[in-house]
Design a protein around this ligand. Structure first.
Ligand code: HEM
Length: 452
C-alpha cells in the first residue's frame, strides 16, 4: 500500500533556506521530529522533488537493489564535477562502470600492501614529529588541522611518492578546502549564484582550480617522461588498461581521477580521526582499553595489513566513531524512472537524499544510539547488510578507498596513543559544521603530553 509522505510547504522551505545553509542537520532533524516520520519531501526552488530519508529499506533499494535507476544527482555529476572533473565520484552509468572496473584492482588488498609502507612511514614520522615541531613535552594542537595535514600528506605520498614537496602538498590541501567551501555555497544557496559571480568569487575559485589542475598535470607529465616506477597510486593509474581497447586512460581522465581521490580521500579521513580522538578523550574506559591494545602491539618490523586489521579494540573504536560521526553524513541520487520503495512512490526526477547520520543515530536501529559504545560492534565492520550502517556508502558504489581509509585510521590511532597522552582542552564547545563532510565548526583543541 502506498504510504503518504509528509512535505515541507513551499513557503516554509523558502523561509528556511538560510537556516538550511547554516544548520542543515538541525533543519532535517526538526522536520523528522515534527512529522514523526523517517522520510519527508521538500522543495528545491519551486520544485517539490526532494525526498530526505533515513529509511534503511529505501537506502538498500536505491543503493543496491535497483541502483541502475538511481544516478548521482546534478549536485555531484554537474556542480561537483565543475571543479573535480569527471572521475569515479561524479560520473554515472557505463562511464562509471568502465572507470570503476579499471581502478578497483588498485585498491585490492594485494596493492594496498604496497602503499602501506609509504603510509606507515608518513604517519609514524608525522605523529612522532609533532613534539619536535612544537618543541615541548606538553602542547596544544588544533586536532582537525593536524589530522588534515597528516591525511593530505598520506594521500599525496600514496599518489606521487616523493614527487611532491611540502609546499605543493599545502597548496593542494588549501585549494581543495577553498573549492569545497565554494561548492557548499553553490549547493545550499543556489539562488545567490549571480551575486558570487558579480563579486568575483566564481572567478577567484576558477583561478584556484586551474592552478591545481596545472600542478597535478605537471606531476603526471613528469612521471610519464621519466618512466620511473615508484609503486604508488600514480603508477597504478598509469599502468591500468581498458579491457576492450587495451589502452590506458587519457591525460584528462587521469587528472580527473586523481582530483577525485584527493577530494574523496583526504578530508573524510581527517574528520573521522578528529571525531575518534574526541570521543576517546570523553570516554576514558575505552581510551584505556585501546591504550592497552596499542602498548601490546609492535609495528616496528615488517608491518602487514592483516596485523592492522586484526586489532579488535582498534576496529571497534573506529567503527563506532564512524557510526556517531559519519564524515559523509548524507548522499544523494536522482531517480531515472518511476519506482516504489517500501510503499513510498518515487517519481522520475525525484532527488533522494539518504540521511546517513539519521540512520546511524536512529533509535529504531540502535540501542541508546547517542552513547559511544564500541562494544556494540563485534569486529571490523564497514557496512551492515540491512543498510542501517553506511559510513562508506553501500552497493556497487561503496567507497573504493574504505580499506585504505581504515589502514590510515588504525595506524594513526596506534601512533598517537603510543606517543602521547591525550586530553581535550576543557575551555571549548565543539559544534558540528556539516559542509560536504561532517567537521567540527571551530576545530578541536587537544592537549598532547609526551609519554615517557
Ligand atoms: C573515513 C574515510 C572515508 C569515508 C567516510 C568515505 C565515505 C565514502 C562514501 C559514503 C562514499 C559513497 C558516496 C555515494 O554513494 O554517493 C564514498 C565514495 C568514494 N570514496 Fe570514500 N570515504 C573515505 C575515504 C576514502 C579514501 C581514503 C579514498 C581514496 C583514496 C576514497 C575514495 C572514494 C571514491 C573514489 C568514491 C567514489 C566511488 C564510486 O562512486 O565508485 N574514499 N566514500
Amino acid at each position: 500500500m502506498e504510504k503518504p509522505i509528509p512535505s515541507v510547504s513551499l513557503l516554509s522551505s523558502l523561509l528556511n533556506a538560510k537556516k538550511l545553509y547554516n544548520n542543515p542537520i538541525q533543519t532535517i532533524e526538526d522536520h523528522l521530529k515534527d512529522f514523526e516520520t523517517d522520510s519527508f519531501r521538500t522543495y528545491m526552488g519551486a520544485k517539490r522533488n526532494i525526498l530526505i530519508s533515513q529509511n534503511n529499506k529505501l537506502a538498500k533499494h536505491v543503493l543496491q537493489k535497483n541502483h541502475k535507476n538511481y544516478h548521482k544527482s546534478e549536485i555531484q555529476s554537474e556542480i561537483l564535477a565543475r571543479f573535480l572533473g569527471k572521475g569515479l565520484l561524479t560520473i554515472n552509468g557505463s562511464h562509471w562502470l568502465k572507470q570503476r572496473r579499471l581502478i578497483q584492482p588498485g585498491f585490492h588488498k594485494a596493492n594496498l600492501e604496497s602503499f602501506l609502507k609509504i603510509m606507515h612511514l608518513e604517519i609514524k614520522n608525522g605523529i612522532e614529529g609533532l613534539a619536535t615541531r612544537y618543541q615541548k613535552e606538553k602542547f596544544t594542537i588544533d586536532l582537525n588541522h593536524e589530522m588534515a595535514t597528516l591525511t593530505m600528506n598520506v594521500v599525496s605520498r600514496a599518489l606521487f611518492s616523493t614527487q611532491v614537496d611540502q609546499v605543493e602538498i599545502q597548496f593542494i590541501g588549501k585549494s581543495i578546502d577553498q573549492l569545497q567551501l565554494a561548492l557548499s555555497k553553490d549547493l545550499r544557496l543556489p539562488m545567490f549564484g549571480w551575486w558570487r559571480h558579480l563579486v568575483g568569487e566564481e572567478r577567484a575559485n576558477n583561478k584556484i582550480a586551474n592552478k591545481l589542475y596545472a600542478l597535478i598535470k605537471k606531476k603526471i607529465d613528469y612521471r610519464k617522461q621519466n618512466k620511473e616506477v615508484q609503486g604508488d597510486l600514480l603508477d597504478m593509474l598509469l599502468q591500468v588498461r581498458y579491457e576492450e581497447s587495451g589502452e590506458g586512460m587519457s591525460d584528462q581522465q587521469l587528472l580527473d581521477e586523481i582530483l577525485v581521490l584527493y577530494a574523496a580521500g583526504y578530508e573524510t579521513t581527517a574528520n573521522a580521526l578528529a571525531w575518534t580522538f574526541k570521543l576517546l578523550c570523553e570516554h576514558p574506559e575505552h581510551h584505556e582499553a585501546l591504550q592497552k591494545e596499542v602498548d601490546s602491539t609492535d609495528f616496528s618490523e615488517g608491518l602487514r595489513m592483516e596485523t592492522l586489521f586484526s586489532l579488535p579494540m582498534t576496529a571497534k573504536v573506529s567503527a563506532e566513531s564512524l557510526r556517531l560521526f559519519p564524515p559523509i553524513w548524507i548522499i544523494d541520487r536522482v531517480a531515472l524512472d518511476e519506482d516504489e520503495i517500501d510503499g513510498i512512490r518515487i517519481h522520475k526526477g525525484d532527488i533522494i537524499n539518504i540521511y546517513i547520520l539519521g540512520l546511524h543515530r536512529s533509535e529504531k536501529h540502535w540501542k541508546n544510539p547517542l552513547e559511544f559504545n564500541p562494544d556494540r560492534f563485534e569486529s571490523d565492520t564497514h557496512m551492515k547488510t540491512d543498510f542501517t550502517y553506511l559510513p562508506f556508502g553501500g552497493g556497487p558504489r561503496l567507497c573504493i578507498g574504505y580499506q585504505f581509509a581504515k589502514l590510515e585510521i588504525n595506524l594513526t590511532l596506534h601512533y598517537m596513543l603510543k606517543h602521547y597522552k591525550l586530553r581535550l582542552d576543557p575551555k571549548q564547545t565543539v559544534l558540528l559544521k556539516p559542509l560536504l563532510t561532517l567537521k567540527p565548526k571551530a576545530g578541536i583543541r587537544m592537549i598532547l603530553e609526551k609519554r615517557s
